[in-house]
Design a protein around this ligand. Structure first.
Ligand SMILES: Nc1ncnc2c1ncn2[C@@H]1O[C@H](COP(=O)(O)OP(=O)(O)OP(=O)(O)O)[C@@H](O)[C@H]1O
Length: 793
């Protein structure tokens, strides 16, 4: 049968050799194998066709019977018959002169003596696993051997025969080797497998300068050493007694490391392996997520296994790891899904917009849980949102100093809005003036009581803006100046407030760093973070045109104050810059790149509308009166306008309640049309967003002091948001004079009655334009009105 198969094979592919006993069929010919050398005899033996055809079955049967009778390699002594039956891979000898078998595989013969193999000098691949070998010296003559597998034997010594100089791969796994030999003679060794032995020390590899793959799994190795400068790409040291990852610095080509089943706590030692793709640390003692810092810089890392480590107990463990190493494709033997990566980013480093949205939602929800109260001073009217100036920028930009200075100089116009923080006061700071310094408990309490409209955590401390803080300024009839980080601005943009945002930017990193260091308040990493954030601010400003109303370079605080001052005066209308100076401003706004210092305008401008500058016109608030354009607006503003347009249409069609009628009927009248009426804070264009305003007019207070409650009781108790809006506008569209049937005016701010403002500075009225914030407190002056406060220019 075998002969028949052999012939058939010959016919199908005459170049594939087929071995039957000592006959080899190849290329249409049959050769006799000379077992002494595993060289094919050149004397071809033509097997007579009639023999193979006619007596085929007989021959096969008799051969089969013979096969069964022969005992192969009796007593574990390898014989030629066994070798002959297990040779394969006929090919050219290494010197190219003969056709030889290159591969022998004799597994599971309980071999003890392989002397017979020494004649087969041309063998290149020798596989003798699952035997009982203790001595490999007969292999010394196999000088062409490239691959040797003697796993699952009883060897106690490693490569204890004359080295075949070309040996590339050696598998000595599952033996009883206790010591590694000096392998310096094996220059070409690329793969060495010593798994499941009793090796406790890695030695003798120093000169294996081609060793790429070393496996010492399941041994007794206690320390990683002796591997210096090897070109290892794969290192398997799993299931040893290793406690520390060490001495791997020089293995720059390492791609895969398996350290599973050891006692490792730290990943220190794995850093600086740029090609690392796979790290297996299953069943170790890694406990701290911060350990990931040692591998997270490895750009090529795709697979990490931390199964059965204490770190797995950490909350959000998987997402934490994925956040730190977003390029992973497999974690703990599970494929990483894209959704997981997104969830990880949103959880641990959400985009500022998401932080702000969450913050806003939280405060709105908490405020809705409280009894409602109208804060009449900051109540938005359709024409005049309560005026606020927000100085934005990275820590150390000097915005707080600028804000305080501004408030000091323009004390009749601006009040400094004191925000809350959980950080401790600095030496020169005064509680209640610089911040309300509170502890975390109080801060959280206030959050739960819906006191904040915005909070932000920065460098481990909480900062927050309370509605009451703004209200306190507004009650004084003042516009409010506040400073904050970008995240705070993003939250604020979700509320109904419509401040002016001035970016205070230290454009020179050197100046910024110097200022931060001079304060001697920050750690190195905080300084670094602040410098990085400064770059982030610049990018944000560039990528979001119009987000900030203005940018001022704060490298030199004195200079920047001059710019801010001029800006504010222009804003307030208390100075009319000459045409030249206006033109100068506009130049700066157009050519922001080249303006070395001073005021740089984003896309909106506070300059006067008469300036023929299409860019600035486009973004100038107060220009979009009859037909407000959506271009150049933020998404929220654009959406708000869209809603208003549809509300207007619906109103015309009579579908909606009078509230919308009031709003929509007023809308076209809100924005100033000319230079003359675009003075003062009223220049602010209204971009009311009914959605936005829903979150804010209602302020909710925890139980108040007697003093407080007495003032607001009446308005607190019963006013709904809608009635508040009705109060803001009459159905006819004029600013309400306080005689709204729904809201008795005099009860709106009893505080003022009980605690009237001392008449120190003559405070001009706003000539019917409505004071910012409240209709009843006309505080900000019209331009050049007689008696108005005029700071020195
Ligand atoms: N309510 C808030 N929301 C967001 N950020 C805030 C808030 N209040 C303060 N911040 C900002 O937190 C950061 C840290 O506050 P800190 O008082 O330490 O700043 P600062 O050193 O005075 O900053 P600067 O030098 O720019 O004035 C500052 O950038 C500050 O503007």
């Amino acid at each position: 049968m075998a002969a028949m198969d052999g012939q058939q094979a010959m016919r199908e592919n005459e170049f594939s050799p087929v071995v039957e006993g000592n006959l080899v069929h190849t290329g249409g010919e049959t050769h006799v194998l000379n077992f002494d050398t595993n060289v094919l005899s050149l004397d071809n033996v033509r097997v007579p066709t009639e023999m193979t055809d006619g007596a085929e079955n007989e021959i096969v049967e008799s051969e089969d019977e013979e096969d069964e009778d022969i005992e192969l390699s009796p007593g574990g002594i390898l014989d030629e018959e066994t070798i002959g039956r297990n040779l394969s891979n006929l090919g050219r000898s290494a010197d190219g002169s003969q056709q030889v078998f290159l591969h022998v595989q004799i597994a599971g013969f309980s071999l003890k003596d392989i002397t017979a193999l020494s004649n087969f000098v041309h063998l290149q691949k020798v596989e003798l696993p699952y035997n009982e070998l203790t001595d490999l010296s007969p292999l010394s003559s196999l000088q062409y051997m490239l691959i040797l597998d003697v796993s699952h034997n009883k060897l106690t010594k490693l490569l204890d025969f004359m080295p075949p100089k070309n040996l590339k791969e050696a598998n000595f796994g599952y033996n009883e080797i206790e010591e590694m030999a000096d392998l310096s003679a094996y220059h070409y060794l690329t793969v060495l497998n010593l798994d499941h032995n009793k090796i406790s020390k890695i030695t003798g590899l120093e000169k294996c300068t081609r060793l790429q793959d070393l496996s010492l799994a399941h041994n007794k190795v206690e320390r990683i050493h002796g591997l210096e400068n090897l070109p290892l790409q794969s290192l398997n040291l799993c299931h040893n007694h290793i406690k520390k990852i060490e001495n791997l610095e020089t293995l720059r080509l390492l791609r895969s490391i398996n350290l599973a089943g050891n006692n490792i706590r730290s990943l220190a030692g794995l850093e600086d392996h740029p090609l690392l793709e796979n790290v297996d640390l299953e069943d170790n003692e890694v406990i701290d997520i911060s350990e990931m810092k040692y591998i997270k810089e490895s750009q090529m890392l795709r697979q990490v296994n931390l199964l059965r480590n204490p770190i797995q107990e950490l909350p959000d463990y998987r997402l934490s790891i994925l956040f730190r190493m977003p390029s992973l494709t497999e974690l703990d033997r599970h494929r990483v899904e894209v959704e997981e990566k997104v969830a990880a980013v949103n959880m641990f480093n959400p985009p500022a917009e998401i932080v702000a949205a969450r913050d806003h939602i939280m405060h709105v929800v908490y405020s809705f849980l409280q009894p409602s109260r109208i804060l009449d001073n900051t109540l938005p009217s359709m024409e005049t949102p309560y005026p606020m100036l927000v100085l934005v920028g990275p820590q150390g930009s000097g915005k707080k100093d600028l804000a305080l200075k501004l408030v000091e100089e323009f004390s009749d116009y601006f009040g400094y809005c004191v925000t809350h923080t959980t950080r401790k006061p600095h030496k020169e700071e005064t509680p209640g003036r610089d911040y309300h310094f509170v502890d975390l408990e109080k801060f959280e309490f206030d959050i739960r009581w819906g006191q904040f409209i915005q909070t932000h955590q920065y460098h481990g401390h909480w900062y927050g803006l309370q509605m009451q803080s703004i209200e306190d300024i507004a009650r004084e009839g003042l516009a409010c100046v506040v400073h904050m980080e970008l995240e705070g601005v993003l939250t604020l943009k979700n509320t109904y407030f419509e401040p002016r945002y001035v970016l205070i930017m230290p454009l020179s990193p050197e100046c910024h760093e110097k200022r931060l260091r001079e304060r001697a308040l920050y750690t190195e990493s905080q300084i670094e973070d602040n410098l990085e954030r400064a770059e982030m601010y610049q990018d944000y400003n560039r990528d979001h045109p119009g987000f900030f109303d203005m940018m001022i370079n704060s490298d030199d605080i004195e200079e920047s104050y001059k710019h801010l001052r001029r800006l504010v005066m222009d804003y307030l209308g208390i100075s009319i810059p000459s045409f030249e100076s206006e033109a100068g401003d506009i130049m700066e706004t157009k050519d922001t790149e080249n303006a070395p210092t001073g005021t740089q305008l984003g896309t909106r401008t506070w300059s006067r509308p008469s300036i023929p500058d299409s860019m600035s016109q486009q973004y100038t608030r107060g220009k979009t009166t009859q037909s407000p354009s959506l271009s150049g607006r933020g998404i929220l503003e654009a959406m708000s306008l869209k809603r208003r347009h549809s509300a207007a249409k619906a109103s015309v069609a009579g579908y909606i309640p009078p509230l919308f009628e009031q709003i929509t009927s007023q809308y076209p009248k809100t924005a100033p049309q000319t230079v003359d009426n675009q003075v003062g804070l009223d220049v602010v264009t209204i971009t009311e967003d009914m959605n936005r305003s829903q979150s804010a007019p209602v302020n909710n207070k925890p139980p108040q002091s007697d003093e407080d409650t007495s003032s607001d009781d009446e308005s607190d108790s019963s006013l709904s948001m809608s009635s508040a809006r009705k109060f803001a506008r009459s159905p006819e569209g004029s600013v309400h004079n306080g005689k709204d049937p729904h809201l008795p005016t005099e009860t709106m701010n009893p505080m003022e009655l009980s605690n009237p403002r001392p008449p120190s500075v003559p405070r001009p009225t706003s000539q019917g334009q409505g004071r910012p914030g409240s209709d009843r407190h006309k505080v900000l002056p019209p331009i050049n009105q007689k008696g108005a406060y005029m700071p020195e220019l």
